[in-house]
Ligand binder design. Structure first.
Ligand SMILES: [Zn+2]
Length: 318
């Protein structure tokens, strides 16, 4: 039997249920929606989660589209899915868990006696590290962002190559290969020996058809390449950035971008200008390095020092 929370499936079956993670303020139980798909044949175990950040909905869109296409009779191995991780943030369409004002993806590996976020992190971490592979579906929250897959363990980690191969198989087109901050699932799970990727499916809050479809293809690429499903995936070389430069506004006003997301930039190229309300240019900001125009703020108005955009640097092909 394969079990996650109240979902239990014998070989060749699938089930959905809830993974209990405590109670809400009115005392009703909080259960994350989960699914288990137990293949008819032996194989690996894949763990997938979505909405670890509560406003990042494209991953939920991927889960919603992938699960109805899975037939346990045709599957080798098992798939465990938590469809919505950040339960409280999802309810109110926010990024952080409003119960403790914490970003879930800084709370891993979690703590069963800790804060609300730490307890949810612990419950989902236990499921994640029971698997052979982990996919933690994210996106750029309120920013506009290219579709990319993050490898967060760092280049010196013993599982770096395995994480990179998983990212390449997922195949969004771009990889950000840079050690992440403490508390990310994509850092904590490799420490337990489980290759993990953090696909970032677009941005600017979600339900974007193109990004969801890329995520669906990515999950099926992994299922085929790692032997869960018959058939082969087309593995293509990915554009990899190993550095990430952020740019802030040198003056207050309104931003005009001079390059599009995904475009190559060279050091010295103008990335954006800031004008006043009446259209007079106040500042122009140029790229420090060569790279790929990766991420931008969504709204045009900025205060001095406010985040404007990012460029992926140290670019090669993997
Ligand atoms: Zn996220």
């Amino acid at each position: 039997m394969t079990t996650l929370g109240t979902a239990t499936a014998a070989p060749g079956e699938m089930d959905t249920g809830r993974l209990q993670v405590g109670e809400s303020r009115d005392g009703s139980s909080v259960g994350l929606p989960v699914a288990v798909i137990n293949g008819a044949r032996e194989g690996k175990r894949l763990y997938v989660q979505a909405a670890s950040d509560g406003d990042e909905l494209n991953g939920v869109g991927v889960v919603r589209r992938v699960v109805p296409q899975l037939d346990p009779a045709e599957l080798a191995g098992e798939i465990l899915i938590v469809g919505i991780v950040n339960y409280h943030a999802f309810q109110v369409a926010e990024h952080r868990n409003p119960i403790d004002d914490t970003k879930m993806n800084r709370a891993y590996p979690g703590d069963e006696n800790g804060t609300s976020s730490e307890r949810i992190a612990k419950a989902t971490f236990d499921a994640a590290v029971s698997a052979d592979l982990v996919i933690d579906l994210h996106q750029g929250s309120t920013s506009r962002m290219i579709d990319e897959t993050r490898v967060r363990c760092g280049s010196r980690h013993r599982l770096h190559r395995e994480c990179l191969e998983l990212a390449k198989t997922f195949g969004c087109g771009y990889i950000l290969d840079q050690k992440g901050p403490d508390g990310q699932l994509a850092r904590a799970a490799p420490d337990e020996g489980v290759p993990t990727i953090d696909p970032e499916l677009g941005g600017a809050v979600g339900w974007d058809e193109h990004s969801i479809e890329l995520g669906v293809q990515g999950v099926f690429n992994v299922l085929r390449e790692y032997g869960f499903l018959d058939g082969q995936s087309e593995i293509e070389a990915q554009v990899r950035a190993s550095g990430f430069e952020q740019y802030g506004a040198p003056a207050g006003g309104l931003v005009d971008f001079q390059v599009d997301l995904g475009e190559r930039v060279s050091g010295g190229d103008t990335l954006f200008t800031v004008t006043d309300v009446f259209g007079t240019e106040k500042e122009a900001v140029t790229a420090d390095s060569d790279g790929v125009f990766w991420r931008t703020r969504r709204l045009p108005q900025v205060a001095t020092g406010e985040y404007v955009c990012s460029v992926g640097t140290n670019v090669d092909t993997y």
